[in-house]
Design a protein around this ligand. Structure first.
Ligand code: TEU
Length: 576
């Protein structure tokens, strides 16, 4: 069922342009900076570069608020620079995909400017406009009680035309109305064909399951007593026409393009709030011709509070929970024609070393290697995030909220201050700060640590986001010289993943012990070939459960010890 195709075996490397490399000292990363590091990227052994949004944007949500799909945000460079990047990737045998952010635009996009100009503007219906409600006292109320992602409601009042518009994210990110066919056509032309015609090889598709909403917009049931606004994903996620829209996008646009080397272009969609495998499969089943694969976020939800209103209310988790999550998304494709993805970092999450293992000085390197090993042996397409390959860790806990820049972090913090001050939740600030220290989106957005010069070599100017205090110790240049570094280990593992692709990329997954809270042991099988993976998620030595007839392929420690797994050690055995 799982036919072989290039993107299943490819390793993707995500670049967050603001924080990768600044070539001109203005404190923002840029495309010439990426171009200067292309040999470094290729040397990792990755196959595809995924570039997060570099389009024109007021940067309220770091470029996920796009005001023009066909221009590049000036501090990042020009369309010409992106064309150079496409060529440079191809020259190095890599493909390039861009971010497709079409659930919403920025409120500065000309479509929205027109839409809000009058109630009878031809583009009025390209966004969701609804009249106010009034309560018994005659106070104006939004059309529904929905809570948005970034704390706060989903409706913003527009004085000029005296109606509310919908936004699932920040108020500067109005949702596009996919029900309107002209709007869909304009999306396809401007955000997709424009770049596909320039030679990109596919897209990472932002918030892909939110294009279809229940447009009668019923009120959500009250589940959060603290608040007027309520979680309401059932009304704006996986809506009634979602599969029709994605099929159209695929058939009318994607299917008509190929990669620079003549293969199908690739899509990976972001599929949040869809916990059931059957629901996910509808998006990625090959015969449905929708998306090639999706990110499902159970793994990055570990530690998050219940429901997205309590996302940063840290909730401790244990290894057996992680095992179930991994098992679920490793096995859901078995017997189907769908595909899965493997990742534990992106620009929306804390660093994996800090979240899933230990970033203490004595353990962080070992942790990074163990987590690397855990990822590269898993079935599906592997996605790495910039800096993961050198074991970058979260910002220090001592940093105050003033160093955090993300709209989501700041809104959750403001909400915590409000709820604590008005007595609704007297201990909220401390809890939310703890959650932010572990899980804030900011941690992934610290400047890349290239070397031990000022700002980790990211910029000669003042970086838009503060550089990590530890760049003198954790940086790419030092690790390139060290054959035992996290970086060298990643390179080796990416080679091994290719050599052993039968078992690692395509193999079936079997969890060995569901209950153990210290070690994570699983096997991979492909016909007669088997691999056994043993990972120690603790600071203590653990007993190694050997299986006869298998030999050591790789340990994350230089010297493996007989019979035991050392702290945060990972080992892989194979029977062939
Ligand atoms: O995120 C979409 C999203 O809904 C979540 O998966 C995400 O975790 C977010 O952090 C909400 O808590 C995408 C982008 O990845 C994110 O950076 C953008 O802010 C968002 O879309 C809006 O465009």
């Amino acid at each position: 069922l799982h036919n072989r195709i290039w993107w299943k075996e490819a390793t993707f490397y995500q670049i967050y342009p603001a924080s990768f490399c600044d070539s001109n000292g203005d404190g923002w990363g840029d495309i010439p900076g990426i171009l200067s590091k292309i040999a470094y990227i290729a040397s990792l052994g990755v196959d595809v570069v995924w570039l997060s949004p570099m389009f024109e944007s007021p940067q309220k949500d770091m470029g996920y608020d796009i005001s023009d799909y066909e221009t590049v945000y000036a501090p990042y460079g020009t369309v010409g620079d992106v064309e150079k990047l496409i060529k440079a990737c191809h020259d190095h045998g890599m493909k390039l995909i861009l971010d497709l952010v079409v659930n919403h635009t920025s409120d500065q996009h000309k479509w929205f400017q027109e839409s809000r100009s009058s109630r009878d503007n031809p583009k009025r219906d390209w966004y969701f406009w609804r009249p106010a409600r009034y309560d018994e006292q005659g106070n104006r109320r939004p059309p529904t009680n929905y809570r948005s992602y970034f704390a706060g409601g989903t409706w913003t009042w527009d004085e000029h035309t005296q109606e509310y518009y919908l936004h699932l994210y920040d108020e500067s990110q109005p949702d596009l109305n996919w029900e309107n066919e002209d709007c869909r056509k304009a999306i396809y032309d401007s955000s997709m064909r424009f770049w596909l015609d320039k030679g990109i090889d596919g897209f990472r598709v932002d918030t892909v399951n939110k294009y279809s909403k229940h447009v009668n917009f019923p009120d959500a049931p009250i589940t959060d007593r603290k608040s007027f606004i309520q979680p309401a994903a059932q009304f704006w996620c996986n809506g009634p026409r979602i599969h029709e829209f994605i099929k159209e996008m695929n058939g009318d646009v994607l299917a008509k393009y190929s990669t620079y080397d003549g293969q199908p272009v690739v899509t990976v969609g972001e599929l949040s709030l869809t916990p059931d495998p059957e629901g996910v499969l509808r998006y990625v089943s090959a015969r449905e011709k929708e998306l090639d694969m999706v990110f499902q976020f159970d793994i990055t939800h570990l530690g998050q509070g219940n429901g997205f209103q309590d996302k940063y209310d840290f909730t401790p988790w244990e290894l057996p929970e992680m095992k179930q999550v991994v098992k679920k998304w490793q096995t859901f494709i078995e017997g189907t024609d769908g595909w899965t993805t493997v990742f534990n970092e992106n620009h929306d999450n804390g660093r994996s070393v800090s979240r899933f293992a230990s970033d203490a000085p004595e353990w962080r390197e070992k942790s990074a290697k163990m987590l690397a090993l855990w990822l590269v042996v898993q079935t599906g397409t592997l996605f790495l995030y910039q800096g993961q390959e050198i074991g970058m860790i979260n910002a220090p806990k001592e940093w105050s909220i003033g160093e955090y820049k993300d709209v989501e972090s700041l809104n959750f913090w403001d909400e915590a201050v409000r709820l604590e001050n008005d007595g609704t939740d007297p201990t909220r600030k401390g809890r939310i700060m703890r959650g932010l220290q572990l899980m804030a989106r900011d941690h992934a957005r610290l400047p890349f640590q290239w070397n031990d010069t000022k700002n980790g070599g990211f910029s000669t100017g003042k970086p838009w986001m503060r550089a990590h205090d530890l760049y003198p110790e954790i940086n790419a240049e030092a690790q390139e010289r060290d054959t035992h570094s996290v970086l060298s280990f990643y390179k080796r593992l990416l080679r091994l993943r290719k050599e052993h692709r039968d078992v690692f990329v395509y193999g079936s997954f079997e969890l060995v012990d569901e209950e153990k809270a210290n070690t994570f042991v699983f096997e991979k099988h492909y016909q007669e070939k088997s691999a056994r993976v043993e990972l120690n998620f603790t600071k203590e030595v653990q007993i190694l459960e050997e299986r006869e007839g298998m030999k050591l392929l790789v340990s994350s420690y230089g010297k493996a010890k007989e019979g035991v797994l050392q702290p945060f050690e990972g080992r892989v055995f194979v029977n062939y």
